[in-house]
Design a protein around this ligand. Structure first.
Ligand SMILES: [Fe+2]
Ligand SMILES: [Fe+2]
Length: 323
């Protein structure tokens, strides 16, 4: 696509963080196509969700449902009489974290608009800012409907703080588009299967479509530049991925829920850490992240070993860099 290019003294293109670009043409047709798809797929959180459909709970059996797709074991330290309350608190906690994560995505993506080095990336990132604002709007409205909310999980907050403070634009990408969004995409898809609540099912289905586009954006962009990294630059990004994986897995210790239900926090945390179904749950949450890391060449031997130690690896993609 032809575009206007304006000649300008490169010494006056703005600060290191806010990068002006004077080539207004398309440099990556795939990114521009993704941007077009994003424009065509806009939806309205206020009118496209049936907010009156009502919120609900999984089957009120009064006992622990070990058949749940989320997988709770008999060893879950929640007494049977508190099972409904536990389901309710877990659902409120998950959706509250979605809401906070969406705000992180909103802030991080707005930084990408200013930091990205080409116009295609800036324009897609700008369309993603609109998407993330809509996601914040939708989850905030949903959490308000629940009437039960949680503060941001401390590990998630640390992860988001790191991403929004990062000065290297590709690491903002890596942290937000591959790790935070990759986990969100897996979680949204799982949440959508929990059809006990028609509002959350509809909401997460709409959000997941946007998130799939955002992850594709991250992959396209990072595949392009990560083939060119020096060994020092690659090592820095590997360290970032390791720290991010640790923080993102820690958020599933569920300490806030145990505390609110007056379940012994140590017993609850031990259950969350050691129970096989909880481990499987975390592995499921990391599936998309792991395949994305492999695609951008960051599932190196060091990263893979770290993910194995954290019990986050399910299956290994066949092509693994550095193995
Ligand atoms: Fe989002
Ligand atoms: Fe997103």
């Amino acid at each position: 696509m032809p575009g206007v290019t304006v000649t300008y003294d490169s010494r006056e293109t703005g600060s290191a963080e806010a990068r002006f670009v004077w080539d207004y043409g398309t440099t990556d047709e795939r990114l521009r196509a993704l941007y077009e798809r994003g424009k065509a797929a806009q939806w309205n959180a206020a009118t496209d969700i049936d907010w009156d459909a009502g919120v609900g709970l999984p089957s009120r059996t009064g006992s622990i449902d070990t058949q749940s797709p989320l997988g709770w074991s008999e060893s879950c330290p929640v007494p049977n009489e508190q099972w409904d309350a536990f389901q309710w608190e877990f659902h409120s906690w998950m959706t509250s974290q979605f809401m906070h994560g969406e705000q992180g995505a909103l802030l991080a993506t707005s930084r990408l608009v200013t930091m990205a080095p080409d116009m295609d990336t800036k324009m897609f990132a700008a369309s993603q800012v609109t998407d993330e604002a809509r996601h914040v709007e939708a989850y905030a409205r949903y959490v308000d409907l629940l009437g039960n909310s949680y503060a941001i999980n401390p590990s998630l907050k640390r992860m988001l703080d790191t991403v929004v403070a990062e000065s290297r634009w590709d690491i903002v990408f890596l942290g937000m588009q591959i790790i935070v969004e990759g986990l969100a995409l897996a979680a949204f898809r799982l949440e959508h299967t929990r059809s006990f609540d028609p509002v959350i099912a509809q909401l997460t289905q709409l959000v997941a479509k946007d998130e799939a586009r955002h992850v594709a954006f991250g992959l396209l962009t990072l595949q392009e530049i990560y083939g060119e990294l020096t060994s020092r630059e690659r090592a820095d990004r590997e360290e970032f991925v390791k720290e991010a994986a640790l923080l993102m897995s820690r958020r599933f210790r569920l300490e806030e829920i145990w505390a609110r239900l007056d379940v012994d926090v140590e017993a609850g945390t031990n259950y969350a850490l050691q129970d096989q179904k909880m481990i499987d749950f975390r592995r499921l949450m990391f599936t998309k992240i792991v395949t994305s890391l492999a695609k951008v060449g960051l599932l190196t031997t060091g990263v893979r070993t770290h993910l194995e130690q954290l019990e986050l690896l399910r299956t290994l993609p066949s092509r693994v860099r550095g193995s």
